[in-house]
Design a protein around this ligand. Structure first.
Ligand code: ADP
Length: 402
């Protein structure tokens, strides 16, 4: 067993790889970076060493193996290479763990085969995650490699929340159920929210609103997820940057039968050309707020639709939880967009929910409370840190295996 204290976290997407090297003794980021446009022209690697002085290299990365080798070289140039004895393990973000993987899992050939079997329910994500694992195993076959699943935290949802009300035999045959995503973030943020309240996670009920380009809400009761807004795929739920979130499934039949669109075209429409982008032509909340402020009606409608959906989930999860101790806003929009937080919680004093305008306007990278002292429900901004969570889960698993 390695004596190392460092964990390399890899998040391999279809054309990108994000990475962070974290020292688990104190959570120090020894390096982080991003490789973009893998398999395309105009590839780019941006590497940030501990000093913070970014290095950028523009080159073609024909595949994930070339990208990860370039990352390994950058790390070696900083004296923190993959061959260093301090490296204890590599933690991989894997999007879909299906029903089988509900905890972080040491990767073996058998586990990899199982992750491959889940490709039909995560065709966009799992193949890239698998490639990342394979390349990392080639680079360091002796090192423990751990898969941390985006779906895992939601595996605790009761059956009635995980089921769609469709024919059970059909659903079971095709593994159609609500899995949920962003689980690592919901888990990290719900725990960090409890810490902010000075309480044990087992004591608190939290509604977590992860509002990034992708967005999801979850209801967490005593540290356990009891409902979440994404489903079989990350398309369900909130209005997102380019995804529609909830739509009547009849929309799909209508667009196919009456609109003459193919299933692939509808998939593209709902996943990549809908949400905020579809409503107003922009998917960046900063730009939408700026346009709405200037009186642009499309941007205003996009903002209002986004907020309306968010409020429906806050109300829904309030009822699911029965008692809410905290509402936590996180990710790009949740951490930065004060007007979104204000609008999402406005007029809910009857539910014990209020936001203090001054506290809400403070910009900070720290977890912080933005509700007034008298409010029954604590509203908080809690920056997410999925990489740290993956590193912690990876390190804990490797050490429990000693
Ligand atoms: P991803 O889902 O890609 O990880 P992030 O959590 O990084 O997304 O969030 C990205 C989104 O955050 C951007 O699309 C943008 O809309 C939003 N965002 C970032 N900074 C701000 C800001 N200062 N104000 C409003 N929105 C912001």
């Amino acid at each position: 067993m390695s004596e190392g204290t460092r964990v390399l976290v890899l998040n391999a997407g279809s054309s990108s790889v994000k990475y962070q090297l974290i020292d688990m003794l104190d959570g120090t980021r020894l390096a982080s970076g991003l490789v973009e446009r893998i398999g395309e022209s105009g590839g780019r690697l941006v590497h940030t060493p501990r000093s913070g002085l970014k290095r950028e290299s523009l080159q073609v990365f024909p595949g994930h193996d070339a990208a990860l080798k370039a990352v390994a070289e950058e790390l070696a140039a900083d004296g923190v290479g993959l061959d260093s004895p301090e490296l204890a393990a590599i933690g991989h973000r894997v999007v879909h763990g299906g029903k089988r993987f509900t905890v972080p899992t040491l990767i073996t050939d058998e586990v990899l085969t199982e992750i491959r079997r889940l490709i039909p329910v995560a065709p966009l994500h799992n193949p890239a995650n698998i490639t990342g694992i394979e390349v990392a195993r080639d680079l360091r076959p002796d090192l423990p490699q751990v898969a941390v699943f985006d779906t895992a935290f939601h595996a605790s949802m009761p059956e009635y929340a995980a089921r769609y009300a469709i024919d059970r035999a059909v659903a079971d045959e095709h593994r159609v159920r609500r899995y949920g995503f962003h689980g690592t973030s919901h888990q990290y943020v719900s725990r960090a929210t409890a810490a902010l309240l000075g309480k044990d996670p087992a004591e608190v009920n939290v509604i977590v609103l992860h509002l990034g380009n992708g967005a999801s809400a979850s209801a967490v009761s005593g540290g356990v997820c009891v409902d979440t807004s994404m489903g079989l795929t990350p398309l369900e739920g909130l209005v997102m940057g380019t995804r529609s979130g909830d739509v009547d499934a009849g929309v799909v039949f209508h667009l196919h039968r009456v609109g003459g669109m193919s299933i692939d075209e509808i998939d593209d429409l709902l996943n990549r050309r809908s949400g905020l982008l579809g409503l107003c032509g922009d998917n960046d909340m900063r730009e939408i707020m700026r346009r709405a402020e200037e009186g642009d009606a499309d941007a205003r409608l996009a903002f209002d639709t986004y907020i309306h959906r968010l409020r429906k989930y806050i109300g829904g999860y309030y009822a699911v939880l029965g008692r809410v101790d905290a509402i936590a806003f996180t990710a790009g929009v949740g951490e930065n967009a004060a007007p979104v937080r204000a609008a999402a919680t406005a007029g809910l004093a009857e539910l014990g929910i209020a936001v203090d305008a001054e506290l809400n306007s403070i910009r900070s990278g720290e977890a912080r409370v933005i509700s007034p002292e008298y409010a029954r429900v604590t509203v908080a901004v809690v920056p997410t840190d999925e990489e740290l969570e993956i590193a912690q889960q990876t390190f804990a698993l490797v050490h429990s295996a000693v």
